[in-house]
Design a protein around this ligand. Structure first.
Ligand SMILES: Nc1ncnc2c1ncn2[C@@H]1O[C@H](COP(=O)(O)OP(=O)(O)O)[C@@H](O)[C@H]1O
Ligand SMILES: [Mg+2]
Length: 258
C-alpha cells in the first residue's frame, strides 16, 4: 500500500447542518493524475481543503504516503509536501513574477546581511527564471508584474510556485476555470510536463469532461458529498459520464417532485 500518495477512508465533513462530504473514500497513486468531476456543491473543494489541512474532517481517516495522518493545518500539510493552487489564485498582482514565485519564502542573503533579513533579489530573479524555464513556462521577463499576464500565464506561475516548493502532491482546484481553449492548452501542457518529470502526484478538480479524460489517468465523479463513480480514463467516455450524471439528476428530480 506504500505506493499510494494519498488514501482517504470514509471521510465525512459537516458544517453545522450541512453535510458537505458524506463518506468519501479515494486513493491517489504515486505519479498519478486523478481528475475529480461533479456539480457545484458536490463537495469537491471541501475535500481539497481537507487535503490541504485548511479544514479537518468530522470523521474518517486520511493516509499520506502510507501513514495515517490528521492534517492539522496548511503548514502541516505543506511540511508533508502537499501544495494547492486555489480557484482564486492568491497571487500578489502588483508584484513581479519572481516576487510571486517566492512569496512568503523569500531567499535571504547569506553572511552578515542575513541579520537584516535582506532579500536577495538577484538570486530570486535567477532562480525564478530557471524554475520557469525548467518546466517550460515562457514569460518575457520575470520582472513583469503578474497583473500584466494572461489568466493562463498567471495560473502557470501559481502552479510553478507550488511545484518549486518541493511539492510531492499537487492539488489543483479548477485550474482551467474561466480560460479559453488556448490558455487551457497551456496549462494542460504544463501539467503533462510535470507528470513526465516524475515525482509528483496530482489531484485536479475539473469541469470539462473531455479535458479531464484527456489529462487524468483516472476520474472520480462526486455528487452530493459522495463518490458515485470512479474509473480509469481509458475505460470510460464523455457519453458514459454524462449518462451517469443525467441518471442522478433524474432521480433527484423524481424525489423533489414527490
Ligand atoms: N465553510 C463552509 N461553511 C458552510 N458550508 C460550507 C462551507 N464550505 C462548503 N460548504 C457547503 O458544502 C457543500 C459543498 O461545497 P463545496 O465543497 O464548495 O462544493 P464544490 O467545490 O463541489 O462546488 C455546499 O453545500 C457548500 O455550501
Ligand atoms: Mg469548488
Amino acid at each position: 500500500m506504500n505506493d499510494l500518495a494519498l488514501r482517504g477512508d470514509n471521510i465525512v465533513k459537516r458544517f453545522g447542518a450541512v453535510t458537505a462530504l458524506d463518506g468519501v473514500s479515494f486513493t491517489l497513486g504515486q505519479g498519478e493524475i486523478l481528475g475529480i468531476l461533479g456539480d457545484n456543491g458536490a463537495g469537491k473543494s471541501t475535500l481539497v481543503k481537507i487535503l490541504t489541512g485548511f479544514h479537518q474532517q468530522t470523521s474518517g481517516t486520511l493516509s499520506v504516503h502510507g501513514e495515517e495522518t490528521l492534517l492539522k493545518s496548511v503548514d502541516h500539510a505543506r511540511a508533508l509536501g502537499i501544495e494547492c493552487v486555489y480557484q482564486d489564485l492568491a497571487l500578489a498582482n502588483s508584484l513581479s513574477i519572481y516576487h510571486n514565485m517566492f512569496l512568503n519564502r523569500e531567499i535571504v542573503r547569506r553572511g552578515p546581511a542575513r541579520v537584516f533579513r535582506l532579500v536577495d533579489h538577484k538570486q530570486m530573479r535567477e532562480r525564478a527564471a530557471h524554475l520557469l524555464e525548467d518546466i517550460g513556462v515562457h514569460v518575457p521577463s520575470v520582472d513583469l508584474p503578474v497583473e500584466r499576464l494572461s489568466g493562463g500565464q498567471r495560473q502557470a506561475i501559481a502552479v510553478a510556485r507550488a511545484v518549486h516548493s518541493n511539492a510531492k502532491i499537487l492539488l489543483l482546484d479548477e485550474p482551467l476555470a474561466a480560460m479559453g481553449a488556448r490558455e487551457a492548452a497551456l496549462i494542460i501542457d504544463l501539467i503533462m510536463r510535470l507528470k513526465e518529470k516524475g515525482g509528483l502526484s496530482i489531484i485536479m478538480i475539473m469541469h470539462n469532461y473531455a479535458q479531464t479524460l484527456d489529462i487524468a489517468d483516472r476520474i472520480m465523479l462526486m455528487q452530493r458529498g459522495r463518490v458515485t463513480y470512479e474509473q480509469q480514463s481509458a475505460n470510460t467516455s464523455v457519453a458514459e459520464l454524462m449518462d451517469i450524471v443525467r441518471r442522478e439528476y433524474r432521480a433527484m428530480r423524481a424525489t423533489t417532485a414527490q
